[in-house]
Design a protein around this ligand. Structure first.
Ligand code: NAD
Ligand code: UGA
Length: 471
């Protein structure tokens, strides 16, 4: 079968669907790309004339949207029509951890993948390539294939004309939020898993518009699906490793940035992903490791499961240990103390707060009776309120209307605060004028820098007590 790709549909207009399709549209002006979603508000925001209202914040994204939107890039809610017209369909829907039933708390919830596959099965025409872009458990392509052909089977049984055919490929996404446009435009590799050589070639031809051929790796479906989970697990493992060493540094007088530099200069280890912090957040590391744990147990590999589970244990421990250090340094109690929280996103340059370490750390401080003032340059008030309410309710932590207040700048946050806690590595927090800040904080003033980005010497000079991770 020879495929000619003129129309692409992407199901899921989220952190992956939006940016990845914007890059395809920008690099392939002759292909029409339609991104669809069941979330009408999200699609409305993608179509907002004011580019600062796009649903996600990513450096460089607005430029691409401006260039391509309504030319060859469309955001729509008419999913059926987009599927009907598409030659190639990307699945970029969410795959969170399952909350109930078999595998609850570990397995990925594939209900959105299944629903999309059913719609494709129903509304597609001709020969359609279905590309898994969402992160999926190994062998999901098998499930997707059987759902896709289920409608074809029922048409066959009714002796109705039926010319549909499907080819399923795995093409996991490796972008990181905050750098996603650069990651998509200059990927380390593009991974394509599948067994239909012509379909693989059709997808490869799209990437060849901007990616060097030697960076396009082709494998079977299962290797591709497993490689994505493995890459995330390895990245998370490095963070838990460096965070575990940060605690040893604090007890011994070693400095984590020296240790990370010395270790990272070994070519075999490399210097990336060795920054100690408040633990990893984001929507994927935790859920993907939990899924790896689930799969290992499923295949009877209990030792493998418990090995990967430890990465999550250390991550939870790092968050807990930071809130305990804050309580301990502030004389064992936070009641009637005001703590300024600097940063709520799970990392800099994104407005995403999913699994942000800030959520658990803030919840623990609220439980200790602190009043929080929270400032993040890109996360909106409603998101912070919702995250903290959910965190308190699910852990039975009492809170009141004055447990936290969201501020819109650093100075209001620092004003009359007993302590500042840097939780996200926004550049603004690396360049704080400590002289000005020390004048408006309450004494004794404390700075807890969980990202190791502030200038501790200048802060100290201005009579601010400082604790920095791994020092
Ligand atoms: P997201 O929650 O931001 O977006 C998913 C979107 O899919 C939502 O807007 C949702 O409304 C929509 N959706 C769900 N079911 C639908 C349906 N049946 N029809 C139409 N729309 C539907 O999620 P995300 O962060 O973009 O992640 C998507 C997938 O990509 C996940 O599997 C994730 O693990 C993976 N991934 C994420 C990142 C990342 O940085 N966020 C990076 C690489 C891979
Ligand atoms: C991560 C991976 O880096 C991407 O390759 C992958 O595609 C994506 O997950 C996914 O599958 O969702 P992302 O979570 O967006 O991307 O961001 P990262 O840069 O990986 O950061 C994750 C967390 O680790 C953040 O909380 C960050 O602050 C923390 N981190 C990262 C550290 O604490 N130290 C580091 O050295 C690096």
């Amino acid at each position: 079968m020879n495929y000619k790709i003129k129309n692409i549909c992407c199901i899921g207009a989220g952190f992956v669907g939006g940016p990845s399709m914007a890059v395809i549209a920008s690099k392939c002006p002759n292909i029409n790309v339609t991104v669809v979603d069941i979330n009408e508000k999200r699609i409305e925001a993608w179509n907002d004339k004011n580019l600062s209202n796009l649903p996600i914040y990513e450096p460089g994204l607005d430029v691409l949207i401006k260039k391509c939107r309504d030319k060859n890039l469309f955001f729509k809610t008419n999913i059926e029509q987009a599927i009907f017209e598409a030659d190639m369909i990307f699945l970029s829907v969410n795959t969170p951890t399952k909350q109930t039933g078999v595998g609850a708390g570990q397995a990925l919830d594939l209900r959105w993948v299944e629903a999309s596959a059913r719609q494709i099965s129903k509304f597609s025409t001709g020969n359609t390539i279905v590309v898994e872009k969402s992160t999926l458990p190994v062998r999901t392509a098998e499930t997707v294939k059987s759902i896709l052909i289920s409608n074809k089977d029922s048409l066959d049984k009714k002796n109705m004309p039926n010319s549909k055919s499907f080819s399923v490929l795995s093409n996991p996404e490796f972008l990181a939020e905050g750098t996603s446009i650069n990651d998509l435009e200059n990927p380390d590799r593009v991974l394509i898993g599948g067994d239909d050589l012509k379909a693989i070639e059709a997808l490869e031809n799209i990437y060849l518009n901007w990616v060097e051929p030697q960076k396009i790796l082709k494998t079977n479906l299962w290797s591709s699906e497993l490689s994505k989970l493995t890459a995330n697990a390895f990245l998370a493992q490095r963070i838990s490793s460096i965070n575990s060493i940060s605690a040893i540094c604090e007890s011994t007088g070693a400095d984590i940035s020296d240790v990370a530099e010395a270790v990272g200069m070994d070519n075999r280890i490399g210097s990336n992903f060795l920054k100690a912090g408040p633990g990893f957040g984001g929507s994927c590391f935790k859920k993907d490791i939990l899924n790896l744990v689930y799969l290992s147990n499923y295949y009877g590999l209990e030792e493998v499961a418990s090995y990967w589970e430890k990465i999550l244990d250390i991550n939870n421990w790092q968050q807990k240990r930071i809130s305990e250090i804050i309580v301990h340094k502030l004389f064992g109690t936070l009641s009637n103390k005001c703590i300024g929280i600097l940063g709520f996103a799970f990392k800099a340059n994104t407005n995403d707060t999913r699994e942000s370490p800030a959520i658990n750390i803030c919840r623990d401080l609220i439980e200790e009776g602190a009043k929080l003032k929270i400032y993040d340059p890109k996360v909106n008030n409603l998101q912070i309120d919702m995250d903290l309410k959910n965190a308190c309710i699910s852990s039975n932590v009492e809170y009141s209307s004055d447990s936290w207040l969201v501020e819109d700048n650093l100075y209001k946050t620092a004003n009359n605060s007993d302590a500042l806690v840097v939780l996200t590595e926004w550049e603004e927090f690396a360049n704080i004028n400590w002289h000005e800040i020390s004048c408006i904080m309450r004494s004794p003033s404390w700075l807890f820098d969980t990202r190791g980005i502030t200038n501790k010497y200048i802060a100290k000079k201005n009579n601010i007590n400082i604790w920095q991770v791994g020092v």
